[in-house]
Write a protein that binds this ligand. Structure first.
Ligand code: CMP
Length: 138
């Protein structure tokens, strides 16, 4: 899965009707969509997905947020996918995000920040397998 990354358009982005605009920006930035679905995380799913943050003060809020409605999960392919996608989405806190980034355009706050991007090739593979069966990734 080198040259691939995993993303979620989070519940706030879906609620606000931004699925099309964000996927368009992702495609226009050179990423090929190789897996895609609308899905909703259970509480158990979100606790597991964000287990690395379990000791953080915002963990409960994060699990509530990520389970409150549907998300779009996707696997993206491009040279240098993990790093380039993190550049495209911008800083975790939209107040710090560069002009033109997805978070600058669509995120409301550090908590509700519209989009997820894997932070390493290893996590991209783990997160992709968390959401997609092999036959759903092309
Ligand atoms: P992300 O970096 O994709 O994964 C961890 C998420 O935790 C992050 O996006 C935010 O949604 C959330 N998060 C990070 N920092 C904070 C914070 N200080 N307060 C609330 N939520 C946060």
């Amino acid at each position: 899965t080198t040259n691939r990354t995993f993303t979620m358009l989070k519940p706030d982005a879906v609620e606000k009707g931004h699925i099309g605009a964000i996927l368009d920006k992702i495609s226009a930035s050179g990423f090929k969509i190789v897996a895609l679905k609308l899905t909703q995380m259970t509480t158990a799913d979100a606790k597991e997905f964000y287990a690395v943050h379990s000791e953080r003060p915002f963990y409960g809020e994060l699990v509530e947020y990520m389970t409150r409605g549907p998300i779009v999960a996707a696997v993206l392919e491009k040279d240098n996918a993990v790093e380039d996608f993190r550049t495209l989405i911008g800083s975790t806190n939209p107040a710090d995000a560069a002009e033109g980034t997805i978070r600058k355009l669509y995120a409301a706050s550090i908590g509700e920040n519209a989009v997820h991007g894997s932070d390493s090739d290893e996590n991209a593979a783990i997160e992709s397998a968390f959401h997609f069966a092999g036959r759903e990734m092309f």
